[in-house]
Design a protein around this ligand. Structure first.
Ligand code: MN9
Length: 288
C-alpha cells in the first residue's frame, strides 16, 4: 500500500441547485486539487458534511472521487456512523469500491464505554479489511479516543490517527501506544506546530482552496525549516481567520466557486446560507 502522508484536503461536498450531490463538481474539485499537488483525499469527513448525507450519497461521493482520482493519490473515506451496522455497510463498500483506507469518527451522543468504542472500531475494521485512520475530534464528538479507548491503538490494523485538537502533547503520546502510528494533524491554522511535534501530514478543510500554498509550507517544514515556515503559515492564516468568521464550510464552497469557476452550491440545512455581507468580505479579501 502507498504510504499516506502530506497535505490531504478534507473535501467539501458540492451540491446542485436542488440540493443533490453534484458529481460533476466533485470530479472538477479532485482535478484542481491534484493540479495543486494534493497528496491524497479525505472524503465525507466533517468538512464533507457526512452527517448530513445518506449512506447512498456517501457511497456515491466515494465512487466519484475514486473514478476521478484514478489511482493518482490515496483516497481515505470516513465511514463513521453512530450505528455500527451503518458504518459496517460503508466500510464494506469502501473495500469493494477500491478506497486505500477508511477513517471513522467514534460513535457519539450516548456516551459509549471504552469497550463499546473498541468493539465498534474492530467490527468496522473487520468489514473494511483496509487500514483504519481513527478520527479523534473530541470538541465535536465529546469522545477523546486517547483517554477513553487506548487499547484500540495496539491493533495493527489501526494505521493512524487524524487528531483534530490543539493538544499536541496528546497527539505525540499516541506513538507511545504504538510507535508505528501515522499522525495527521487537523488544525490547519497550527499546522506548523503539528508537524514540529511529529505529524506525518495534515488533513484539513482549508486545503480545498489554498492547497498549493499549504503544500509549499509542508515542503518547507520537510526541509526542517520551521523558521522559514512561519511567514507561510501566517499568510495561510489570514484566509483561515476570515473564513472562521464568515462561516467555515459555506465560505470554502463560495471561494472554490469564484476561484476555480464551477458550482459548489450551499451547505445543507441546518447550516445557514452565506449572507451577502460575508460574501462581500470574501470578495474584497480574495479580489473576486
Ligand atoms: O479536521 C477540520 N476540522 C473541522 C479538520 O472542520 C471541524 C479543520 O481543517 C478545520 O476546519 C480548520 C479551520 O479551523 O482547521
Amino acid at each position: 500500500m502507498k504510504e499516506i502522508k502530506g497535505i490531504i484536503p478534507a473535501m467539501v461536498t458540492p451540491f446542485d441547485q436542488n440540493g443533490e450531490v453534484n458529481t460533476d463538481s466533485v470530479k472538477k474539485l479532485v482535478n484542481v486539487l491534484i493540479d495543486e499537488n494534493a497528496d491524497g483525499f479525505y472524503v465525507c469527513g466533517s468538512t464533507g458534511e457526512s452527517l448530513l448525507l445518506s449512506l447512498n450519497e456517501r457511497k456515491l461521493i466515494l465512487d466519484t472521487v475514486l473514478e476521478a482520482v484514478n489511482g493518482r493519490v490515496p483516497v481515505i473515506t470516513q465511514v463513521g456512523c453512530i450505528a455500527t451496522r451503518e458504518a459496517v455497510e460503508l466500510a464494506a463498500h469502501a473495500k469493494k469500491a477500491g478506497a486505500d483506507a477508511v477513517s471513522s469518527l467514534p460513535p457519539f451522543y450516548y456516551k459509549f464505554s471504552g469497550k463499546e468504542l473498541e468493539t465498534y472500531y474492530k467490527t468496522v475494521m473487520d468489514a473494511a479489511e483496509l487500514p483504519m485512520i481513527v478520527y479523534n475530534i473530541p470538541a465535536l464528538t465529546g469522545v477523546n479516543m486517547f483517554s477513553q479507548c487506548p487499547n484500540l491503538f495496539k491493533d495493527e490494523r489501526v494505521y493512524g490517527v487524524k487528531h483534530t485538537t490543539t493538544d499536541l502533547y496528546q497527539m505525540s503520546m499516541f506513538r507511545e501506544l504504538n510507535p508505528k502510528l501515522k499522525l495527521y494533524f487537523g488544525s490547519d491554522e497550527q499546522m506548523i506546530a503539528g508537524l514540529s511535534m511529529g505529524a506525518d501530514g495534515a488533513i484539513g478543510s482549508t486545503f480545498n482552496f489554498q492547497c498549493k500554498e499549504t503544500v509549499a509550507l509542508y515542503r518547507t517544514l520537510q526541509n526542517n525549516d520551521f523558521i522559514g515556515g512561519l511567514p507561510l503559515q501566517k499568510k495561510l492564516n489570514e484566509a483561515i481567520t476570515l473564513i472562521l468568521e464568515t462561516g467555515l464550510y459555506n465560505s470554502i464552497k463560495y471561494i472554490i466557486e469564484k476561484k476555480y469557476g464551477f458550482p459548489m452550491g450551499e451547505c445543507r440545512k441546518p447550516f445557514a446560507s452565506l449572507p451577502d455581507a460575508e460574501k462581500t468580505k470574501l470578495n474584497r479579501f480574495f479580489g473576486f
